[in-house]
Structure formats: structure tokens, C-alpha cells
Design a binder for this molecule. Structure first.
Ligand SMILES: Cc1ncc(COP(=O)(O)O)c(C=O)c1O
Length: 452
């Protein structure tokens, strides 16, 4: 009784005062959001005590699963000892975390700037790339950034300009100048090579064409997620990142890898760049860095990049301060999270259970399935309306989603990513998912598609 009263008053307060993400509030009264009250391991519980298997790990982020007391204790101890100090000076948790990241990342990537979110970490990478371009290439004006359609890099103006998802950008234009977009590696719908059995890497070559047409002396960086995540799950095909690396090297352009969703075990390696062995100039993290127990973003540059910010003149330094970036409690959460991830080697479970999940999902016979793709525990199911591969209309996707929730499984879908192509179901559970829970996801998808 007590709970019901609290729940309904939370609901009223929510409907009267909260402004939700990506939500048309006109429709909210009839379809209020689920009030999540607690969570353990792979499950979340709503305010009425109903249990759901969280096949989205929140939003691609609770990698170690919910309810890890070890992280809670580390944060509580840190808060008692030092609640806050900005990184205009120093504190142990930030220094230790920067050192730990340098140990785990590909050799040479070891200079860490902390922020509060993935968007801010991307913003920081873009600013570093522009300033680096000018300082490392005197007389040139390297400011352009090349990104891919369907990729997502964040909601702040620069990160949004880099994002290749038109519908998310249109209301806020004009965005900062100098952002160009090329085709993503989407073999299923590729204009260059979908007729061929494997990717021809023409989409990677397109990056070179754009650099040449724009003039290499105007291009600062290429930014890419190794596996495009929220935009519909497009893993980099074999040879793709290697090709991007070679093009960047040839034209003096930086390669920024955005591992905000890919990093910390999600794709079956600790970092997604390990699948190709490609070393970026700058890497970007958030989400799995703390498994979302607290907010934290990190932009990690190579020592070569960092060296350009240590010139004779004071103005060669990187001028940016984030009050909360690198908050001691967030860094303590990240250190405890990384301890769990590495002790339990959770990327290995992501690889094993992810491969099983992908194979079993591919075994579902349904006319609505166009393509199923993924890497580790990051999987997308592209739904189609007919055998001409017409994307399933968004209205049908909207009808389908409550079926999963009714069955007690939280599955995602791509929204606002490409006009007419919001037809992809997203699966990105905690990395502790077991085979039985994978079977629940498979049965739920098969059942809901069977009734579509
Ligand atoms: C690849 C990628 N980059 C950046 C971001 C932005 O991160 P945040 O939402 O923490 O600002 C996201 C968020 O989903 C993302 O998926």
C-alpha cells in the first residue's frame, strides 16, 4: 500500500516536472515511463516489484551488472576521505586511474583528460584534434572532421555535429562548421558492394576521396566508433580500421576512436580496437569506464599528440577546465569497476555468450528479419517489411516494443538515427549475462516477431 502511494506520487511529480530524453511529452500521460526502483545483476525491478531482464545494460553501460557492493564501498570510502577537488590540482584517484588506463590501453596511449560524459569526452577529442592540427602543422588550417553517417558521438554541439544522425541534428542547426560525413560500413545496404559477398572497403576509401577533395591541409581528424552502436550496430569489417589508419597516416590526419559504448569489454575484447590491432591517436571513453555507477568520461591521447601541447609559448597548452571532470568519487568507481572487469575477465564472457546469442538469434526463422549483426554482447536485428528489404516502418517498431517489456525483457531500438531507417532492435546486456538469460532473450525475440 505504502509503495503504491509513493509510486503514484513519483509518477505525478514526473509527469508534472520531468523533461525526459528523446520523448514527445504530449503522449506521456497515456504511456508513462517505467519507474525503475532497484536492480541486481542483470535484472531491474519497477516500482511495482516486476522484474525485467535488462538486455540493454541501462544504455549500453552497466557492464559489470547492477548491485556491485565493491564499487559502492570504494565510492563511499572516497567520499569520506576527499569529497571533491578539481583537477587544476591533483588527487590520488585521478592519477591512479590515468595510470591504470595507460597500462591497459595500446602502448603509447597514456595521456588522459577526464570529463563527465561521453559527449564531453568527444568534444574534448575534437578540440584537441583541431588545436593539434594547427600546432603540429604551422601554416595549415586543419579543422575539418570526417565522420560516418549513422555514427553517434553525443549531444553537445560539436559531438552532435560529428554525429551522422540527421534527425538528431536538424532542430539545432546550424551546428559548428567543418564536419563531413561518409557512408558507414553497412554491407547489407551498401551502395558500393552489397551485391558482393564481402565488404570491398570502398566505404573506407571514400574517406580518402573526401580528404583529397577537401585538401589534406584542412583536415584535422577522422572519428569513428569501431562498432557503430546506437545507430544500428555496424561492426567494422575486416581490414576497415586498418585502411582508415593507413589513410590518416598518409595525409597527416588524426584517427579518433570513440569507444564510449565499445570499450570495457562490450565487444568481446577489453577494447574494440584490439580486434584489428589499430592504434588510434586519441580514444574516447565513458559508459563502461565506471559501468555507469557514477558519471565519468575520458579522452586519452598518445604521447606524440600531447607533445604538441608543450611548446615554448604558453598558448600551446590545452585551454579547458571541467569542474566535475575526473571527480574523485567517479575515479574511485572506475578503479573498482576495472578491478572487477579484469579479475572476472568479463570480455571473455561477452565473447562466448555474445557469439552464442548471435548464432541462436540467426537461427530464428522470421520474414521480418533482414539482417542480424554484432560483435560480443552488442547485437542489432534489422527488421524489414518485405523481401525487398524495405525497412519495417517505425509505427510497427513502436507497436512491437511493449511486447518485449510484457515478456519481462528490456530490448532497445535505434531512434532518430536515419530517416526511414529506425528499424533495428538493439541488444547490449551486462557482460555477466549467462546462457540461460541469453535463451530468454532469444525466446522473447522469436515470440514477439512470431506475433508481429
Ligand atoms: C559512441 C558514443 N559516443 C558518445 C556518446 C555520448 O555519451 P553520453 O551520453 O555519455 O554523453 C554515446 C552515447 O550513447 C555513444 O554511444
Amino acid at each position: 500500500m505504502m509503495n503504491t502511494t509513493i509510486a503514484s506520487s513519483n509518477r505525478d511529480l514526473d509527469l508534472q516536472h520531468l523533461w525526459h530524453a528523446n520523448t514527445q511529452h504530449r503522449l506521456l500521460q497515456s504511456r508513462p515511463p517505467m519507474e525503475v526502483a532497484s536492480a541486481q545483476r542483470c535484472y531491474v525491478f519497477d516500482s511495482e516489484g516486476r522484474r525485467y531482464l535488462d538486455a540493454m545494460a541501462g544504455l549500453f553501460c552497466v557492464n559489470v551488472g547492477y548491485g556491485r557492493q565493491e564499487i559502492v564501498d570504494a565510492v563511499a570510502a572516497q567520499m569520506s576521505q576527499l569529497a571533491f577537488y578539481p583537477l587544476t590540482q591533483s588527487h590520488g584517484p585521478a592519477a591512479q586511474l590515468a595510470g591504470r588506463l595507460a597500462e591497459l590501453l595500446p602502448e603509447g596511449l597514456g595521456r588522459v583528460f577526464f570529463t563527465n560524459s561521453g559527449s564531453e569526452a568527444v568534444e574534448t577529442a575534437l578540440k584537441m584534434a583541431r588545436q593539434y592540427g594547427r600546432q603540429a602543422h604551422p601554416g595549415e588550417n586543419r579543422y575539418k572532421i570526417i565522420a560516418r553517417h549513422r555514427g553517434y558521438h553525443g549531444f553537445t554541439m560539436g559531438a552532435l555535429a560529428a554525429s551522422g544522425q540527421t534527425t538528431r541534428r536538424v532542430a539545432f542547426e546550424p551546428l559548428p562548421q567543418g564536419f563531413l560525413h561518409v557512408a558507414p560500413p553497412d554491407h547489407y545496404r551498401c551502395a558500393f558492394c552489397s551485391e558482393k559477398s564481402a565488404c570491398s572497403l570502398a566505404c573506407a576509401d571514400e574517406v580518402e576521396r573526401v580528404i583529397r577533395m577537401e585538401g589534406p591541409e584542412t583536415v584535422a581528424a577522422v572519428i569513428a566508433e569501431p562498432v557503430i552502436s546506437g545507430g544500428g550496430v555496424f561492426p567494422a569489417p575486416e581490414g576497415y580500421l586498418e585502411r582508415l589508419r593507413a589513410i590518416c597516416d598518409q595525409y597527416g590526419v588524426l584517427l579518433i576512436l570513440d569507444e564510449v559504448t565499445n570499450g570495457f569489454g562490450r565487444t568481446g575484447k577489453l577494447f574494440a580496437c584490439e580486434h584489428s590491432g589499430v592504434r588510434a591517436d586519441i580514444m574516447v571513453f565513458a559508459k563502461g569506464l565506471t559501468s555507469a555507477y557514477l558519471p565519468l568520461g575520458a579522452t586519452v591521447a598518445s604521447e606524440e599528440i600531447f607533445a604538441a601541447f608543450k611548446g615554448e609559448s604558453d598558448s600551446s597548452k590545452f585551454v579547458q577546465v571541467s569542474t566535475f571532470g575526473g571527480h574523485p568519487s567517479s575515479c574511485a568507481a572506475a578503479l573498482a569497476n576495472i578491478e572487477i572487469l579484469t579479475r572476472e575477465r568479463l570480455w571473455e564472457n561477452a565473447a562466448t555468450v555474445g557469439t552464442y546469442l548471435l548464432e541462436q538469434l540467426r537461427g530464428i526463422r522470421s520474414p521480418w528479419i533482414g539482417e542480424i549483426r554484432g560483435l560480443g554482447l552488442l547485437i542489432g536485428i534489422e527488421l524489414v517489411a518485405d523481401d525487398c528489404e524495405t525497412p519495417l516502418p517505425e509505427a510497427r517498431m513502436v507497436q512491437l516494443m511493449p511486447e518485449f517489456r510484457k515478456a519481462g525483457v528490456l530490448i532497445g531500438r535505434n531512434v532518430e538515427s536515419a530517416p526511414g531507417f529506425c528499424n533495428i532492435l538493439l541488444i547490449s546486456p551486462p557482460l555477466i549475462l549467462n546462457h540461460e538469460q541469453a535463451d530468454t532473450i532469444i525466446a522473447t525475440v522469436a515470440d514477439a516477431l512470431g506475433r508481429l
